[in-house]
Write a protein of this length. Structure first.
Length: 151
């Protein structure tokens, strides 16, 4: 057996052409998806990063390594996990990345609610974020269901 990838006899069982599969099930307007940056869930996840960073600036300084740090790491993990799943170029890994992203959204939601409970933020501070989180979470779930249905 050779180590040269050009000459290697690849076992393609379980291998998926992610671009083709995603373009069929992810974008309702029929746009061809050739990169994770074309995905609505990735774009919308990226749009959540700045507002979360902004709202964490309102938290007390003693939360710099607590809730503030956790919120920032969790929000960056939403689009990052989508990108990682896509980059692994197998449907199963993409589904796993989408699932991790959805989990991170629920983590962010919980941490924002804790900030209100601790009186660091108000419900008015977090409501637009919660609305955006709900939309992204629903989009991820639909995307995952479509990928599973076309497996």
């Amino acid at each position: 057996m050779t180590n040269d990838p050009q000459k290697r006899d690849w076992n393609l069982e379980g291998y998926y052409e992610i671009g083709e599969t995603i373009s069929v099930v992810s974008e309702l307007d029929g746009r061809k998806v050739t990169n994770f940056k074309d995905l609505w869930v990735w774009k919308t996840g990226m749009e959540l990063v700045k507002p979360i960073y902004t709202v964490t600036r309102k938290l007390p300084k003693e939360e710099l390594y607590g809730l503030s740090s956790q919120l920032r790491r969790a929000v960056v993990s939403v689009p990052s996990n989508i990108a990682e799943g896509w980059g692994r170029n197998k449907k199963g890994y993409l589904l796993l990345g989408l699932s991790y992203s959805r989990g991170s959204l629920h983590e962010i939601e919980t941490q924002l609610l804790a900030c209100v409970e601790l009186e660091f933020l108000t419900q008015e501070d977090i409501q637009p974020l919660l609305d955006k989180i709900a939309g992204i979470s629903t989009g991820l779930l639909r995307f995952m269901n479509n990928l599973e249905a076309n497996r």
